[in-house]
Unconditional design. Sequence first.
Length: 176
Amino acid sequence: MTRALPGLLLPGVIVPLSLALAGCGLKPLYAGGTSSPVAATLGSVDVAPIQGKSGWLMANALRDRLGAMGQGGTAARYRLTVRLDDDIVGLGTRTDDSIARERRTLRARYQLIDAAQGTVVVDATAGSDAGIDVVGSEYATIAAENTALERLSETVADQIVARLALYARRTQPPAP
């Protein structure tokens, strides 16, 4: 006897549901792994240098993700330029008027440029923010701000790569 727990599907419902999803036209973005057309496109993106500490973190995060596509040694077909806006704002105050909480925001305006033609093919933004508790130790607060910047760089890099993957998927010729 099969019992369904709240939020779980019965085994007899999984197969028809998966067939319905297959018929709706959903296709895996990275079908074919590192040899897929999407991975080939992402692997041919060169990341331009980005200013500042946040830029260094962002460029490394992007290179890690794009380099994982396994296209090393091929000529860059695209160039990715990124401008960052990194901001920390104090939010809460204590009775002594000191700041109790901060919000660190990292926003990226990025452009994917076709290297051969020099045209911008993707022009978009990505961003995220994180809350930081300001504690009595200045060292701990600075460490928390740096950790937040590292996490935000990873998150924004994921958003950028996902958007570039969608562009690559949309511009690929249809499969036979």
